[in-house]
Design a protein around this ligand. Structure first.
Ligand SMILES: *Cc1c(COP(=O)(O)O)cnc(C)c1O
Length: 406
Protein backbone atom coordinates (compact mmCIF):
# COMPACT_ATOMS: atom_id res chain seq x y z
CA UNK A 1 0.00 0.00 0.00
CA UNK A 2 1.01 3.57 -0.64
CA UNK A 3 3.20 5.31 1.88
CA UNK A 4 2.14 8.58 3.46
CA UNK A 5 4.52 11.51 3.12
CA UNK A 6 6.00 13.17 6.21
CA UNK A 7 3.98 16.28 5.35
CA UNK A 8 0.71 14.36 5.32
CA UNK A 9 1.60 12.51 8.52
CA UNK A 10 2.31 15.72 10.37
CA UNK A 11 -0.89 17.27 8.95
CA UNK A 12 -2.78 14.29 10.39
CA UNK A 13 -1.16 14.89 13.79
CA UNK A 14 -2.16 18.54 13.68
CA UNK A 15 -5.70 17.72 12.61
CA UNK A 16 -6.00 15.26 15.45
CA UNK A 17 -4.60 17.70 17.99
CA UNK A 18 -7.23 20.23 16.90
CA UNK A 19 -10.16 17.84 17.16
CA UNK A 20 -11.97 17.56 20.51
CA UNK A 21 -13.71 14.32 19.50
CA UNK A 22 -12.15 11.34 17.75
CA UNK A 23 -11.05 12.39 14.30
CA UNK A 24 -12.93 12.20 11.00
CA UNK A 25 -11.42 14.67 8.54
CA UNK A 26 -10.27 15.18 5.01
CA UNK A 27 -6.75 16.30 4.27
CA UNK A 28 -5.84 17.57 0.83
CA UNK A 29 -2.18 17.90 -0.06
CA UNK A 30 -2.17 20.92 -2.38
CA UNK A 31 1.58 20.64 -3.03
CA UNK A 32 1.13 17.06 -4.27
CA UNK A 33 -1.88 18.19 -6.30
CA UNK A 34 0.20 20.86 -8.01
CA UNK A 35 3.13 18.52 -8.63
CA UNK A 36 0.78 15.99 -10.25
CA UNK A 37 -0.93 18.59 -12.42
CA UNK A 38 2.38 20.10 -13.53
CA UNK A 39 3.32 16.67 -14.89
CA UNK A 40 -0.07 16.22 -16.51
CA UNK A 41 0.18 19.61 -18.21
CA UNK A 42 3.81 19.20 -19.24
CA UNK A 43 2.93 16.01 -21.13
CA UNK A 44 0.28 17.70 -23.30
CA UNK A 45 1.27 18.02 -26.95
CA UNK A 46 1.12 21.45 -28.61
CA UNK A 47 -2.44 22.38 -29.47
CA UNK A 48 -3.98 20.40 -26.62
CA UNK A 49 -5.65 22.10 -23.66
CA UNK A 50 -6.84 20.80 -20.33
CA UNK A 51 -9.79 22.17 -18.39
CA UNK A 52 -10.43 20.85 -14.88
CA UNK A 53 -13.99 19.55 -14.32
CA UNK A 54 -14.57 21.14 -10.94
CA UNK A 55 -17.43 18.91 -9.85
CA UNK A 56 -14.78 16.35 -8.86
CA UNK A 57 -13.66 18.75 -6.10
CA UNK A 58 -14.48 22.46 -6.13
CA UNK A 59 -13.20 23.47 -2.69
CA UNK A 60 -11.80 26.99 -2.91
CA UNK A 61 -8.18 26.07 -2.01
CA UNK A 62 -8.20 23.29 -4.61
CA UNK A 63 -9.36 25.68 -7.35
CA UNK A 64 -6.87 28.32 -6.21
CA UNK A 65 -4.05 25.74 -6.41
CA UNK A 66 -5.11 24.51 -9.85
CA UNK A 67 -6.01 27.78 -11.57
CA UNK A 68 -2.45 28.90 -12.36
CA UNK A 69 -1.66 25.50 -13.89
CA UNK A 70 -4.64 24.36 -15.97
CA UNK A 71 -5.99 25.91 -19.20
CA UNK A 72 -9.41 26.49 -17.67
CA UNK A 73 -12.35 25.03 -15.77
CA UNK A 74 -15.43 23.07 -16.74
CA UNK A 75 -18.54 23.72 -14.65
CA UNK A 76 -22.12 22.49 -14.57
CA UNK A 77 -24.19 24.78 -12.37
CA UNK A 78 -24.76 28.32 -11.13
CA UNK A 79 -23.13 27.37 -7.84
CA UNK A 80 -20.03 26.26 -9.69
CA UNK A 81 -19.97 29.56 -11.60
CA UNK A 82 -19.76 31.31 -8.22
CA UNK A 83 -16.79 29.13 -7.29
CA UNK A 84 -14.79 29.90 -10.43
CA UNK A 85 -15.67 33.59 -10.20
CA UNK A 86 -14.44 33.65 -6.57
CA UNK A 87 -11.13 32.00 -7.52
CA UNK A 88 -8.22 34.44 -7.10
CA UNK A 89 -6.82 33.49 -10.54
CA UNK A 90 -9.50 33.97 -13.20
CA UNK A 91 -9.42 31.32 -15.87
CA UNK A 92 -11.64 30.66 -18.87
CA UNK A 93 -14.51 28.33 -18.04
CA UNK A 94 -17.05 26.34 -20.02
CA UNK A 95 -20.54 25.35 -18.95
CA UNK A 96 -21.94 21.83 -19.60
CA UNK A 97 -24.76 19.78 -18.19
CA UNK A 98 -28.40 18.94 -18.79
CA UNK A 99 -31.23 21.04 -17.38
CA UNK A 100 -29.42 24.35 -17.18
CA UNK A 101 -31.58 27.00 -15.50
CA UNK A 102 -32.23 30.35 -17.18
CA UNK A 103 -30.75 31.95 -14.07
CA UNK A 104 -27.58 29.85 -14.48
CA UNK A 105 -27.27 30.77 -18.15
CA UNK A 106 -27.79 34.46 -17.33
CA UNK A 107 -25.09 34.24 -14.68
CA UNK A 108 -22.77 32.55 -17.19
CA UNK A 109 -23.43 35.28 -19.77
CA UNK A 110 -22.84 37.97 -17.16
CA UNK A 111 -19.61 36.31 -16.02
CA UNK A 112 -18.01 35.92 -19.46
CA UNK A 113 -18.36 32.18 -19.85
CA UNK A 114 -15.98 31.15 -22.62
CA UNK A 115 -18.39 28.67 -24.15
CA UNK A 116 -21.68 27.02 -23.32
CA UNK A 117 -21.96 23.33 -24.18
CA UNK A 118 -25.42 22.89 -25.67
CA UNK A 119 -27.10 19.71 -24.52
CA UNK A 120 -30.39 19.75 -26.46
CA UNK A 121 -32.23 21.38 -29.35
CA UNK A 122 -34.39 23.32 -26.88
CA UNK A 123 -31.33 24.70 -25.16
CA UNK A 124 -30.17 26.24 -28.46
CA UNK A 125 -33.32 28.36 -28.68
CA UNK A 126 -33.21 29.23 -24.99
CA UNK A 127 -29.58 30.36 -25.01
CA UNK A 128 -30.15 32.34 -28.22
CA UNK A 129 -32.96 34.25 -26.50
CA UNK A 130 -30.95 34.87 -23.31
CA UNK A 131 -27.80 35.88 -25.20
CA UNK A 132 -29.83 38.31 -27.31
CA UNK A 133 -31.32 39.79 -24.10
CA UNK A 134 -27.83 40.15 -22.66
CA UNK A 135 -26.57 41.73 -25.90
CA UNK A 136 -23.76 39.19 -26.17
CA UNK A 137 -22.74 36.85 -28.99
CA UNK A 138 -22.01 33.66 -27.12
CA UNK A 139 -19.53 31.02 -28.25
CA UNK A 140 -21.00 27.53 -28.01
CA UNK A 141 -20.01 23.91 -28.44
CA UNK A 142 -22.60 21.33 -29.40
CA UNK A 143 -22.35 18.30 -27.15
CA UNK A 144 -22.71 15.18 -29.25
CA UNK A 145 -23.95 11.78 -28.19
CA UNK A 146 -22.37 9.77 -30.99
CA UNK A 147 -22.84 6.18 -32.04
CA UNK A 148 -19.74 4.67 -30.44
CA UNK A 149 -17.79 1.67 -31.73
CA UNK A 150 -18.88 -1.65 -30.16
CA UNK A 151 -15.87 -2.05 -27.89
CA UNK A 152 -16.31 1.33 -26.19
CA UNK A 153 -19.17 0.50 -23.85
CA UNK A 154 -18.50 1.45 -20.23
CA UNK A 155 -19.97 1.07 -16.77
CA UNK A 156 -20.72 4.77 -16.53
CA UNK A 157 -21.59 5.67 -20.11
CA UNK A 158 -22.53 9.24 -20.95
CA UNK A 159 -22.79 8.59 -24.70
CA UNK A 160 -23.19 5.84 -27.31
CA UNK A 161 -26.42 4.86 -25.58
CA UNK A 162 -29.65 6.48 -24.34
CA UNK A 163 -28.69 9.27 -21.91
CA UNK A 164 -29.87 12.79 -21.04
CA UNK A 165 -26.55 14.18 -22.32
CA UNK A 166 -25.86 15.90 -25.59
CA UNK A 167 -27.56 15.69 -28.95
CA UNK A 168 -27.76 12.41 -30.85
CA UNK A 169 -25.52 12.31 -33.88
CA UNK A 170 -28.63 11.76 -36.03
CA UNK A 171 -29.89 15.22 -34.98
CA UNK A 172 -26.53 16.94 -35.27
CA UNK A 173 -27.10 18.45 -38.73
CA UNK A 174 -30.33 20.02 -37.48
CA UNK A 175 -28.61 21.32 -34.33
CA UNK A 176 -25.74 22.86 -36.32
CA UNK A 177 -28.18 24.59 -38.67
CA UNK A 178 -30.12 26.02 -35.75
CA UNK A 179 -26.96 27.40 -34.16
CA UNK A 180 -25.86 28.81 -37.54
CA UNK A 181 -29.19 30.62 -37.82
CA UNK A 182 -29.07 31.96 -34.26
CA UNK A 183 -27.98 35.60 -34.35
CA UNK A 184 -26.35 35.51 -30.89
CA UNK A 185 -24.64 32.12 -30.95
CA UNK A 186 -21.33 31.29 -32.58
CA UNK A 187 -20.35 27.65 -33.03
CA UNK A 188 -16.80 27.13 -31.83
CA UNK A 189 -16.65 23.34 -31.87
CA UNK A 190 -17.99 20.07 -30.57
CA UNK A 191 -17.95 18.34 -27.23
CA UNK A 192 -18.12 14.65 -26.40
CA UNK A 193 -17.85 13.36 -22.86
CA UNK A 194 -18.64 9.69 -23.30
CA UNK A 195 -17.58 7.89 -20.15
CA UNK A 196 -16.07 7.86 -16.74
CA UNK A 197 -13.56 5.42 -15.20
CA UNK A 198 -11.54 4.75 -18.33
CA UNK A 199 -8.75 2.50 -17.08
CA UNK A 200 -7.36 1.40 -20.42
CA UNK A 201 -5.04 3.71 -22.30
CA UNK A 202 -5.44 1.60 -25.47
CA UNK A 203 -9.19 2.02 -25.44
CA UNK A 204 -8.89 5.71 -24.79
CA UNK A 205 -6.56 6.06 -27.75
CA UNK A 206 -9.14 4.29 -29.89
CA UNK A 207 -11.89 6.53 -28.58
CA UNK A 208 -9.94 9.71 -29.36
CA UNK A 209 -9.10 8.28 -32.77
CA UNK A 210 -12.77 7.76 -33.42
CA UNK A 211 -13.56 11.39 -32.48
CA UNK A 212 -10.74 12.68 -34.67
CA UNK A 213 -12.02 10.66 -37.63
CA UNK A 214 -15.46 12.10 -37.08
CA UNK A 215 -14.26 15.70 -36.65
CA UNK A 216 -14.09 16.64 -40.38
CA UNK A 217 -17.57 15.18 -40.94
CA UNK A 218 -19.10 17.01 -37.98
CA UNK A 219 -17.37 20.23 -38.94
CA UNK A 220 -18.59 19.98 -42.53
CA UNK A 221 -22.17 20.32 -41.29
CA UNK A 222 -21.58 24.00 -40.44
CA UNK A 223 -22.15 26.87 -42.84
CA UNK A 224 -18.62 28.14 -42.05
CA UNK A 225 -16.59 25.06 -41.11
CA UNK A 226 -13.38 27.10 -40.98
CA UNK A 227 -14.73 28.92 -37.90
CA UNK A 228 -14.90 25.70 -35.89
CA UNK A 229 -11.64 25.30 -34.06
CA UNK A 230 -12.15 23.10 -31.01
CA UNK A 231 -12.91 19.50 -30.20
CA UNK A 232 -13.54 18.89 -26.52
CA UNK A 233 -13.04 15.19 -25.85
CA UNK A 234 -14.30 15.26 -22.26
CA UNK A 235 -12.82 13.71 -19.16
CA UNK A 236 -13.26 10.19 -17.89
CA UNK A 237 -9.63 9.26 -17.28
CA UNK A 238 -9.93 6.56 -14.64
CA UNK A 239 -8.23 6.06 -11.31
CA UNK A 240 -7.42 2.54 -10.21
CA UNK A 241 -8.27 2.59 -6.51
CA UNK A 242 -7.39 -1.04 -5.98
CA UNK A 243 -4.22 -2.02 -7.81
CA UNK A 244 -2.56 1.38 -7.68
CA UNK A 245 -1.60 0.93 -11.37
CA UNK A 246 -2.43 4.34 -12.77
CA UNK A 247 -3.52 5.44 -16.22
CA UNK A 248 -0.55 6.00 -18.51
CA UNK A 249 -1.15 9.65 -19.29
CA UNK A 250 2.29 10.13 -20.79
CA UNK A 251 1.61 7.39 -23.32
CA UNK A 252 -1.78 8.85 -24.25
CA UNK A 253 -0.18 12.25 -24.84
CA UNK A 254 2.61 10.84 -27.00
CA UNK A 255 0.04 8.95 -29.03
CA UNK A 256 -2.03 12.08 -29.51
CA UNK A 257 1.00 14.03 -30.59
CA UNK A 258 1.61 11.58 -33.46
CA UNK A 259 -2.07 11.41 -34.32
CA UNK A 260 -2.49 15.19 -34.46
CA UNK A 261 0.67 15.55 -36.54
CA UNK A 262 -0.80 13.10 -39.09
CA UNK A 263 -3.94 15.18 -39.32
CA UNK A 264 -1.85 18.30 -39.92
CA UNK A 265 -3.76 21.50 -40.56
CA UNK A 266 -7.04 19.54 -40.44
CA UNK A 267 -6.48 18.84 -36.74
CA UNK A 268 -8.69 20.66 -34.23
CA UNK A 269 -7.46 22.24 -31.04
CA UNK A 270 -8.11 19.37 -28.68
CA UNK A 271 -9.39 19.95 -25.16
CA UNK A 272 -9.54 17.50 -22.27
CA UNK A 273 -11.74 18.09 -19.24
CA UNK A 274 -10.89 15.49 -16.62
CA UNK A 275 -11.98 15.75 -13.00
CA UNK A 276 -11.21 12.54 -11.14
CA UNK A 277 -7.72 12.02 -12.58
CA UNK A 278 -6.73 15.54 -11.52
CA UNK A 279 -7.85 15.72 -7.89
CA UNK A 280 -8.27 12.11 -6.71
CA UNK A 281 -4.70 11.54 -5.56
CA UNK A 282 -4.29 14.59 -3.32
CA UNK A 283 -7.03 13.68 -0.81
CA UNK A 284 -7.07 11.54 2.35
CA UNK A 285 -10.01 10.65 4.52
CA UNK A 286 -8.72 10.07 8.05
CA UNK A 287 -10.87 8.29 10.62
CA UNK A 288 -10.33 7.09 14.14
CA UNK A 289 -11.22 3.60 15.35
CA UNK A 290 -13.98 3.92 17.98
CA UNK A 291 -14.70 0.28 18.64
CA UNK A 292 -13.65 -3.21 17.65
CA UNK A 293 -15.99 -6.16 17.74
CA UNK A 294 -16.72 -9.58 16.35
CA UNK A 295 -20.17 -10.44 15.04
CA UNK A 296 -21.10 -13.89 13.78
CA UNK A 297 -17.44 -14.58 13.13
CA UNK A 298 -16.69 -11.31 11.23
CA UNK A 299 -14.37 -8.70 12.75
CA UNK A 300 -15.52 -5.08 12.63
CA UNK A 301 -13.72 -1.81 13.10
CA UNK A 302 -16.30 0.85 13.93
CA UNK A 303 -14.83 4.21 12.98
CA UNK A 304 -15.70 7.87 13.32
CA UNK A 305 -17.54 9.19 10.22
CA UNK A 306 -18.61 6.80 7.50
CA UNK A 307 -20.04 6.60 4.02
CA UNK A 308 -22.14 9.75 4.59
CA UNK A 309 -18.86 11.68 4.58
CA UNK A 310 -16.98 9.53 2.11
CA UNK A 311 -19.49 7.90 -0.21
CA UNK A 312 -16.94 6.96 -2.86
CA UNK A 313 -16.42 3.29 -1.87
CA UNK A 314 -20.19 2.74 -1.66
CA UNK A 315 -20.73 4.57 -4.96
CA UNK A 316 -18.05 2.47 -6.65
CA UNK A 317 -18.95 -0.76 -4.79
CA UNK A 318 -15.32 -1.31 -3.92
CA UNK A 319 -13.28 -2.00 -0.80
CA UNK A 320 -11.31 1.17 -0.36
CA UNK A 321 -7.62 0.68 0.40
CA UNK A 322 -6.47 1.95 3.76
CA UNK A 323 -3.37 2.67 5.73
CA UNK A 324 -3.25 1.85 9.44
CA UNK A 325 -1.62 4.33 11.82
CA UNK A 326 -1.38 2.66 15.25
CA UNK A 327 -1.55 5.03 18.22
CA UNK A 328 1.26 3.17 19.95
CA UNK A 329 4.05 1.16 18.31
CA UNK A 330 3.12 -2.47 17.76
CA UNK A 331 5.04 -5.48 19.04
CA UNK A 332 6.86 -7.15 16.15
CA UNK A 333 5.01 -10.46 16.42
CA UNK A 334 1.46 -9.07 16.09
CA UNK A 335 -0.69 -11.31 13.88
CA UNK A 336 -2.70 -10.07 10.91
CA UNK A 337 -6.49 -10.34 10.85
CA UNK A 338 -9.15 -9.45 8.27
CA UNK A 339 -11.39 -6.51 9.21
CA UNK A 340 -14.59 -4.97 7.94
CA UNK A 341 -14.28 -1.20 8.29
CA UNK A 342 -17.55 0.60 8.99
CA UNK A 343 -18.69 4.06 10.09
CA UNK A 344 -21.17 5.27 12.68
CA UNK A 345 -24.35 5.04 10.62
CA UNK A 346 -27.26 2.87 11.68
CA UNK A 347 -27.37 1.00 8.41
CA UNK A 348 -25.54 -2.16 7.34
CA UNK A 349 -24.63 -0.35 4.11
CA UNK A 350 -22.20 1.92 5.93
CA UNK A 351 -19.16 -0.10 4.88
CA UNK A 352 -15.95 1.58 3.72
CA UNK A 353 -13.96 -1.59 3.17
CA UNK A 354 -14.16 -5.35 3.69
CA UNK A 355 -11.56 -8.04 4.28
CA UNK A 356 -8.75 -5.61 5.08
CA UNK A 357 -5.77 -7.48 6.54
CA UNK A 358 -4.41 -5.37 9.40
CA UNK A 359 -2.15 -6.11 12.34
CA UNK A 360 -3.18 -5.45 15.92
CA UNK A 361 -5.70 -2.66 15.50
CA UNK A 362 -7.02 -1.01 18.65
CA UNK A 363 -9.41 1.72 19.64
CA UNK A 364 -7.78 5.12 19.12
CA UNK A 365 -5.77 4.06 16.05
CA UNK A 366 -6.25 5.97 12.82
CA UNK A 367 -7.14 4.63 9.41
CA UNK A 368 -6.25 6.69 6.36
CA UNK A 369 -8.19 6.22 3.13
CA UNK A 370 -6.09 7.63 0.28
CA UNK A 371 -7.24 8.76 -3.19
CA UNK A 372 -10.11 10.63 -1.57
CA UNK A 373 -9.67 13.94 -3.38
CA UNK A 374 -12.29 13.48 -6.12
CA UNK A 375 -15.97 12.62 -5.70
CA UNK A 376 -15.31 12.00 -2.01
CA UNK A 377 -16.81 14.45 0.43
CA UNK A 378 -18.81 16.42 -2.15
CA UNK A 379 -20.91 13.49 -3.39
CA UNK A 380 -21.74 12.41 0.17
CA UNK A 381 -24.94 12.85 2.17
CA UNK A 382 -23.11 14.50 5.03
CA UNK A 383 -26.17 15.57 7.05
CA UNK A 384 -27.38 12.02 7.60
CA UNK A 385 -27.80 11.29 11.32
CA UNK A 386 -27.09 14.96 12.11
CA UNK A 387 -23.40 14.29 12.49
CA UNK A 388 -21.17 17.32 12.37
CA UNK A 389 -19.58 17.68 8.94
CA UNK A 390 -15.98 16.48 8.80
CA UNK A 391 -13.27 19.10 8.85
CA UNK A 392 -11.51 19.68 5.55
CA UNK A 393 -7.86 20.60 5.91
CA UNK A 394 -5.61 21.85 3.15
CA UNK A 395 -1.89 21.33 3.27
CA UNK A 396 0.07 24.03 1.45
CA UNK A 397 3.83 24.43 1.65
CA UNK A 398 3.91 22.38 4.80
CA UNK A 399 1.17 24.43 6.50
CA UNK A 400 -2.30 23.28 7.36
CA UNK A 401 -5.15 25.59 6.38
CA UNK A 402 -8.72 25.10 7.53
CA UNK A 403 -11.29 24.94 4.75
CA UNK A 404 -13.64 27.50 6.21
CA UNK A 405 -13.10 31.12 5.28
CA UNK A 406 -10.52 30.51 2.56
C1 LIG B 1 -18.13 14.90 -14.83
C2 LIG B 1 -17.72 15.44 -16.13
C3 LIG B 1 -16.37 15.49 -16.47
C4 LIG B 1 -15.28 14.91 -15.61
O1 LIG B 1 -15.39 13.53 -15.56
P1 LIG B 1 -14.24 12.66 -14.83
O2 LIG B 1 -14.72 11.26 -14.97
O3 LIG B 1 -14.18 13.14 -13.43
O4 LIG B 1 -12.97 12.92 -15.55
C5 LIG B 1 -16.04 16.08 -17.68
N1 LIG B 1 -16.99 16.58 -18.50
C6 LIG B 1 -18.29 16.54 -18.21
C7 LIG B 1 -19.26 17.12 -19.15
C8 LIG B 1 -18.70 15.97 -17.01
O5 LIG B 1 -20.00 15.91 -16.73
Amino acid sequence: MAELSQAVLSAIDQARAGSADPLAAFIYDLDALQAHVRQVMAALPAGVELYYAIKANSEAPVLAALAPLVSGFEISSGGEIERVVACPTRKPYVFSGPGKLDSDLRAALAHQVEAVHLESLNEIERLQRLAAEAGRVQAVFIRINPQLPQNQSSRLAMAGTATPFGIDEAELAEAVQRVDRASHLRLKGFHVHAMSHQQSVERHEQLLDFYLQRWPLWKALAAHPEQLTHLNVGGGIGVDYLSGQQFDWQRLCRYLERRLAEQGSEAPILRFEPGRFISAFCGYYVIEVLDTKTSHGEHFLVCRGGTHQFRLPAAQSHDHPLIHLPRTPQPAHTAEQAWTVVGQLCTPKDVLSRAQPLKGVSVGDLLVLPMAGAYGYNISHADFLCHPRPAQHFLRQGELLEGAGL
